[in-house]
Design a protein around this ligand. Structure first.
Ligand code: FE2
Ligand code: FE2
Length: 169
């Protein structure tokens, strides 16, 4: 939640950091998965978060042309805030954390919409809130598929539905 006493400068710092966190998570999710199509989808989301970071950095520079950007530390919970922790968790659990983070990001941006005064700022935060919501929906769908068909997404080479059917397994 964006507290009333959070300044625009602090809020932008948190937003930029959380976009960087999201990029780290999607890059690792892409690495964790053997399925090329799913990997591509995670890499797309990585690119989108990268673009969000650039949008926010531009806004920062416009609002605070004379203040160097100082970012807070990672906003991720400790279970996923570094690469080796994420590797240990595996694709499904990292994905669950990613869904939570998208939810949080959306709420944060909606709070920003109601606290910024100028229209273009409101429009930008509304756009970001909507994007994070769409990420959340996409990830929910991916998680559902992975839970239903773990082999297909984790090890597509071992996924031979035809031969399984023939063998009567
Ligand atoms: Fe984002
Ligand atoms: Fe996102």
């Amino acid at each position: 939640m964006i507290a009333e006493d959070l300044t625009a400068l602090e809020a932008l710092g948190i937003a930029i950091r959380s976009e960087m966190d999201a990029q780290d998570v999607y890059k690792d999710l892409a690495e964790l998965c053997e399925n090329e199509e799913l990997k591509g989808r995670f890499l797309n989301m990585y690119q989108e978060e990268r673009r969000h970071q650039v949008l926010l950095e531009n806004m920062y520079r416009e609002m605070f042309p004379n203040v160097d950007i100082k970012l807070p530390p990672s906003q991720l919970p400790k279970e996923v805030n570094n690469k080796s922790a994420r590797k240990k968790l595996g694709i499904k659990d990292v994905l669950k954390h990613a869904i939570d983070e998208e939810k949080k990001a959306r709420e944060f941006y909606l709070d920003c919409v109601s606290s910024v005064k100028d229209l273009s700022g409101q429009r930008m935060f509304r756009f970001l809130a909507d994007m994070e919501f769409s990420h959340q929906m996409i990830l929910n769908a991916e998680l559902e598929m992975i839970e239903k068909y773990p082999l297909y997404f984790e090890n597509p080479k071992g996924w031979e539905v035809e031969s399984r059917l023939r063998a009567g397994r």
